[in-house]
Write a protein that binds this ligand. Structure first.
Ligand code: ZN
Ligand code: ZN
Length: 229
């Protein structure tokens, strides 16, 4: 089902081992690329190796205090689950590695997780911009737990190392076992209306953009993701 995507005029080479196809297209490349230009805001540093109960509380409290002040708006459909905004494109190596590492840590908890890949759907970029209230200085990944912003790669790693992440995730709905039978785990399906071309032919006006899918000719899988179109 990934093969028709290669019809795209814009093809980006990626070595993403999680993708069944190493060729990948992204019409919103420019939008996504601006996310990777700046480092995230620096958080108060606390060495993990000194972790005592007091230290753990101090680290997690400082992280949450900084970020809670930043975003008051939760992502849509974020209740009782993890929402992670990330990219599967290897444009900037560190960003790609951070996204992969954070998703791997979070998947280990086997709770419901909505992974929102900005390189697959530019609507996720707009969504994240609304949440943060900023169109610049956005870095990936960004993780929300039960609608509350927790942080990016540094914060997730630190919270995981001190055991605090596990505590924050406790009580979330468990993930469905196995792979989604509708999309095969890709979280997107080809648009049935335009068959993935993002163009439809209208007799009077000729070809026009399909209004049923995103720029990549895809729709979010209604069986395993939140559909916000
Ligand atoms: Zn699915
Ligand atoms: Zn379509």
């Amino acid at each position: 089902m990934w093969v028709p995507w290669l019809k795209s005029p814009t093809r980006i080479r990626t070595n993403n081992p999680e993708s069944p196809n190493s060729d990948f297209r992204c019409s919103s490349f420019k939008d996504v690329h601006i996310l990777f230009e700046d480092d995230p805001p620096k958080l108060p540093h606390s060495p993990v190796h000194k972790s005592s109960l007091l230290n753990r509380v101090r680290i997690s409290a400082s992280i949450i205090r900084v970020w809670a002040a930043a975003y008051h708006r939760p992502p849509p459909n974020a209740h009782n689950r993890i929402v992670v905004y990330y990219t599967s494109l290897r444009i900037v190596r560190r960003t790609f590695e951070d996204c992969r590492a954070v998703r791997s840590i979070l998947k280990g908890f086997r709770v419901k997780m909505d992974e929102r890949d900005l390189s697959m759907d530019s609507a996720f970029l707009e969504e994240l911009q609304k949440i943060t209230g900023s169109k610049k200085n956005l870095t990936l990944p960004r993780v929300f737990i039960d609608g509350k912003y927790v942080g990016g790669a540094d914060e997730i790693r630190r919270l995981h190392e001190i055991g605090e992440l596990k505590r924050m995730i406790e009580g979330l709905a468990l993930a469905e076992p196995g792979v989604c039978g509708v999309c095969g785990g890709h979280r997107f399906v080809l648009c049935e209306w335009c068959n993935g071309s993002h163009k439809v032919y209208i007799e009077k006006t000729g070809f026009k953009s399909c209004s049923d899918c995103n720029l990549n000719g895809l729709n979010r899988c209604s069986a395993c993701t939140s559909v916000v179109f």
